[in-house]
Design a protein around this ligand. Sequence first.
Ligand code: HEC
Length: 210
Amino acid sequence: MKSLPQLVCGLALVAITPGLAGCRGSTSKESPIVGIRNMYDQPKYDVQEESSFFADHRSMRPLVDGVISTEEEIDPRLAQGRLEDQSGYVLTIPTEIVNDPKFGGMEKLVARGQARYGVYCTPCHDGTGSGNGLVKKRAVAGGATAFAPPTFHQDRIRHMPDGQLFATITNGKNNMPPYAMQIPVTDRWAIVAYVRALQIAQPKGTEVTP
Ligand code: HEC
């Protein structure tokens, strides 16, 4: 035996269904029917919408010239791995980073770097830094033979200043994409520390050529 509310619901469903089914598949120039309009129409710009108010018709306003975020690191040594006079790369990881309370010393910096390296670099450079990651294997199997990350265990990269490693992560290089958007400044330095640890772990002469 059905209760009264159940019966009413059932009847209402029978009455509504043909109405809804009738709309399906047909086209209309009318705007969609929105039962409860509330905040459906709002006097605001949608993404990329043209503006009649601004002279350049852009509703998405460009930043004012010279503006920088309050959170952005502006010290070129920390933010770009470059010396203050831009004459070259910093040779070692800046002490401010190593002593950053977030890490508190080289050991913790390397541990953080290991975790971040695993997320961001292993797919291409593999866990040992020999440049034989899964992405490379698949690229080469698919015919993209030019996509071959170098091994970190070669003299050129061993002798590269820490700042240049940092800049490579920040800006990318040739086929390697930049990671400034995904990896915060301090984490990029942590990864540099871990790449150094990988190089020390595989001393010269023991390298395995991929
Ligand atoms: C999508 C694949 C990919 C990822 C992910 C990637 N790399 Fe690379 N990386 C490459 C390729 C390809 C090259 C070779 C670029 C070239 O042609 O010079 C390269 C080159 C390098 C070099 C050598 C640069 C030079 O001057 O020769 C370093 C150092 C490096 N990567 C570090 C990293 C680190 C650290 C990470 C993690 C934050 C990372 N890469 C993530 C693909 C990748």
